[in-house]
Design a protein around this ligand. Structure first.
Ligand SMILES: Cc1cc2nc3c(=O)[nH]c(=O)nc-3n(C[C@H](O)[C@H](O)[C@H](O)COP(=O)(O)OP(=O)(O)OC[C@H]3O[C@@H](n4cnc5c(N)ncnc54)[C@H](O)[C@@H]3O)c2cc1C
Length: 325
């Protein structure tokens, strides 16, 4: 039977944004690949949330609600998805490239003897099959891959697509997972966020990023102060990361993260193509740069030509005043 299964991840009381992005894309692919479009959510205490996936195009949502699935360990999730595949024979299984998603996809591909395309940044229909694009060699080349047999398993890089609800609704079906011994062989005894209260770059609706124009690592405090007032995440260009000014997980661009916030404020970033490809789908781009010829002004929605060391403190102050008033 043809059809697409999207593996949706529920974490900290909500669906991961990448799951909704993948589901939106699957809705578009359904016309060419054939339906039905189903989603599966596995976890502990996830049953009530499942219906939300209907708003993004899932016709059926399979829910596997079990204590052993709440640990964040992929083994049980593999059992659930492999079980659904055995009964429904989906032609494509699409998974967001989160930490759990990556583990799940690799183990699932081995279990099903199926092809896996990791780090997909585009998915298109190739006849009745699926084609996935992925960057290779540090983003210097793009590869288009097609599957010669099913199911086609694709891991999708966060922020490759925009999540768009279509107001649909899904029928929710509960499935009883047949968990293998590995699912309960590992127990998570505790969790500690990398940095308490820090907003995830990939899920942030506002990002303030800093580049080489900051001049020194301590000057990221200008970017952080503005980000704090805006409730934004902090990003960085590769030049800033390579200089050791900010950690690599904050890097935006071809060899960093792809982001798509409502607002992206680039401070002291020239706008090289490798940075642009990681943030160009942001809804509104604001650039602060002292060089009016900087390439970033060629694609920013709003440009401020000036010294960031004068502009950022004023902007931070204005945002704080607006919030207080
Ligand atoms: C294979 C490959 C992959 C890459 N991947 C990435 C990637 O993922 N992400 C990425 O970002 N880059 C990536 N790069 C690097 C990219 O080509 C650029 O070198 C990098 O983006 C430049 O960073 P920048 O804009 O911070 O620095 P610069 O290009 O040096 O720009 C600094 C800017 O700050 C401005 N400035 C200086 N002082 C001030 C001030 N006081 N006030 C206001 N503005 C000021 C300058 O006018 C200038 O425009 C990659 C390159 C390669 C070859």
């Amino acid at each position: 039977m043809p059809g697409i299964l999207v593996v949706a991840e529920h974490s900290n009381g909500r669906f991961r944004r990448v799951s909704l992005e993948v589901l939106t894309k699957a809705r578009e692919l359904k016309g060419a690949l054939g339906g039905p479009l189903a989603a599966v959510v596995a976890g502990s205490g996830v049953a009530d949330a499942a219906g939300e996936l209907g708003q993004y195009g899932a016709e059926t949502v399979y829910v596997a609600d079990h204590e052993a699935l709440g640990s964040g360990v992929a083994a049980g999730h593999v059992d659930v998805v492999a079980g659904l595949q055995a009964t429904h024979d989906f032609s494509a299984i699409l998974i967001g490239a989160t930490a759990l998603g990556k583990d799940l996809a690799a183990a699932l591909a081995v279990r099903l003897g199926a092809g896996l395309n990791g780090d997909s940044t585009e998915l298109t229909a190739a006849g009745a099959g699926l084609r996935a694009r992925r960057p290779v060699f540090g983003g210097q080349n793009l590869v288009d891959a097609e599957w010669t047999g099913g199911p086609a398993i694709a891991l999708v890089r966060p922020n490759s697509f925009k999540p768009e609800p279509n107001g649909g609704s899904a029928s929710v079906e509960s499935v009883t997972p047949e968990l293998g011994p590995v699912a309960s062989a590992v127990k998570v005894t505790g969790r500690k966020p990398a940095e308490e209260g820090k907003i995830s770059l990939e899920e942030a609706s506002i990002i303030v990023s800093g580049g080489r124009g900051l001049g020194a690592p301590e000057n990221f405090s200008y970017v952080e102060a503005l980000a704090k007032e805006l409730g934004a995440a902090v990003g960085a260009s590769r030049a800033a990361v390579d200089a050791g000014w900010y950690p690599h997980p904050s890097q935006v661009g071809q060899t960093g993260k792809t982001v798509s916030p409502n607002l992206y404020i680039a401070c002291g970033i020239s706008g090289a193509i490798q940075h642009k490809v990681g943030m160009q789908t942001s809804d509104v781009i604001v650039a602060v740069n002292k060089d009016e010829e900087a390439p970033i002004f060629g694609f920013a929605d709003f440009g401020v030509v000036g010294d960031l060391f004068e502009i950022l403190p004023k902007l931070t102050e204005l945002v704080a005043a607006r919030k207080a008033g």
